[in-house]
Ligand binder design. Structure first.
Ligand code: F0G
Length: 463
């Protein structure tokens, strides 16, 4: 036999491509100018100047023919759209909560729940922060407290559930400030800023036990909970034979409500919701949504958007889909690991996170190594990634000082059902090219700093 047989059988995307969107290539000189004009911030690039867009997996998904067909069934009635009732039924079926308030996207739901539950001086523990989630908690007068396990802050730790809550840290906080000052714990599955790391079912059950003793609610950030369910199935004892759908529903069953950015797991381009079990809270949220989002049966969305989300719920839990989704991220991450490029381990659910602190170890955190690395990758190939380090962490809301997160990362985020394995190869090769010339790279200085969520609009110059 001339060739060795493969040692394993490959997976493939469980779909074929019906419509294509051409990609544009640019010259290096063009990209040098484009990133300068964008203040070395990949958020400020025009998408027209980008080749492979791995900025985010948010709203960048490819919808299926089934979802597109559903768009034609949009019932655009101001009140009582039939798409809302379908979305509500599917939310109950797949997530298991009682009540649904649609919102234009995840942060709409975060705004509402924060305003309803948080009082001035409250504390909101969470398994690492997320930018918009913490911003809304602080705007409502709360203080976010990180209670994630220490392993989550260590890119080298291969602990399988780096999203877990450290129960001791949670208990210490309850002792220190008192349960009455903790309206809820905010639990994300998976944890975006930790590198797309999952929380285990065992940990969630323990959080439920502890919070139940103190009368503290659990609000789940369910944005990527399907991807979390997949990791539970592959890594947690007792779940090997359970379906993704069953695991997702069990995970939610230990919580009191959820905020959701539909732009991720739900395979759509826009949408979100707040789900809640408590009738009084639901009534309050439903009252508030009409002020900030839209009537309670559309919450800032068109009927067709709600239809696409409802149909996305049916597709997101399909086994072959989730397998290929996570498999693609794993494929890219494994390539980088094979070349010994430092990334966060284990490889996450929605993205590969480059360890910029290690890669650009000669650039101090004050000179923004991750921001620098993202702009260098863009110049090399037109691949767009994003900073997740000191710029994203922002300033402490009380002292005004820069926060110095342990993780200084570049997120290489994979949209769902959009790119092929060949795009992953090209991306990995560009990262390798930049990695090999890392010693020549200089840092950046910030020349414009917006007040809120600065990473979106901050501008930089070469230091
Ligand atoms: N929670 C998590 C874990 C998220 O990743 C996001 C958004 C949100 C909440 C807010 O949802 O964008 O619909 O308002 N993450 C995007 C990202 C922006 O690129 O990671 P949204």
């Amino acid at each position: 036999m001339p060739y060795p047989k493969p040692t394993r059988r490959s997976w493939a995307e469980p779909f074929k491509i019906k419509v294509v969107e051409p990609l544009k290539t640019t010259t290096r000189q063009h990209r040098v100018e484009a990133i300068k004009e964008a203040g070395y911030n990949t958020f400020l690039l025009r998408s027209d100047d980008v080749y492979i867009d791995l900025l985010t997996d948010s709203g960048t998904n490819a919808m299926s023919d089934y979802q597109w067909a559903g768009m034609m069934l949009g019932d655009e009635a101001y009140a009582g759209s039939k798409n809302f009732y379908y979305l509500e039924a599917n939310m109950r079926k797949y997530y298991g909560y009682k009540y649904l308030v649609p919102t234009h996207q995840g942060r709409g739901a975060e705004h509402i729940i924060s305003q309803i539950l948080i009082k001035q001086g409250d504390y909101i523990p969470g398994n690492m922060y997320f930018t918009t989630t913490r911003e809304h908690q602080e705007r409502a007068g709360g203080t976010f407290v990180d209670v994630i396990i220490d392993e989550a802050h260590d890119p080298e730790s291969t602990y399988p559930f780096k999203g877990n809550v450290d129960l001791q840290k949670l208990e210490d906080l309850i002792k220190k400030v008192g349960a009455r000052k903790i309206p809820y714990i905010s639990v994300a599955a998976t944890v975006n800023m930790a590198g797309g790391q999952p929380i285990s079912m065992g940990n969630m059950k323990e959080i439920r036990k502890l919070t139940a003793r103190h009368g503290i609610r659990i609000i789940l950030d369910a944005t990527r909970a399907v991807e979390n369910a997949y990791f539970i199935r592959t890594r947690e004892k007792g779940y090997e034979k359970k379906s993704i759908a069953a695991i997702l529903k069990e995970l939610c069953s230990y919580t009191d409500g959820a905020t959701m950015s539909g732009k991720k797991d739900l395979l759509v381009n826009i949408g979100g919701f707040l789900a809640i079990n408590d009738k009084d809270l639901f009534d309050e949220a439903r009252n508030m949504v009409v002020v900030f989002e839209g009537l309670h049966t559309y919450g800032g969305l068109a009927g067709r958007d709600m239809e696409a989300m409802a149909r996305g719920m049916e597709e997101m839990t399909k086994e072959d889909y989730v397998r290929s989704r996570i498999g693609q991220v794993e494929y890219l991450g494994q390539k980088l690991l094979d070349w010994e490029i430092p990334i966060v381990k284990p490889i996450g659910g929605h993205a590969v996170f480059l360890d910029a602190k290690k890669i650009l170890e000669h650039i101090p955190q004050e000179k923004f190594p991750a921001q620098t690395l993202a702009s260098e990758i863009y110049v090399d190939s037109g691949v767009r990634t994003m900073e997740r380090g000191i710029v994203s962490a922002g300033r402490d809301s009380k002292t005004g000082e820069n926060r110095h997160p342990k993780l200084e990362l570049v997120r290489v985020t994979i949209p769902r059902r959009v790119y092929t394995q060949a795009h992953m190869d090209v991306t990995a090769e560009s990262i390798l090219e930049v990695y090999e010339s890392r010693k020549k790279i200089r840092g950046l200085e910030m020349v414009y700093e917006p007040k809120h969520l600065r990473f979106f609009q901050a501008r930089f110059d070469k230091a």
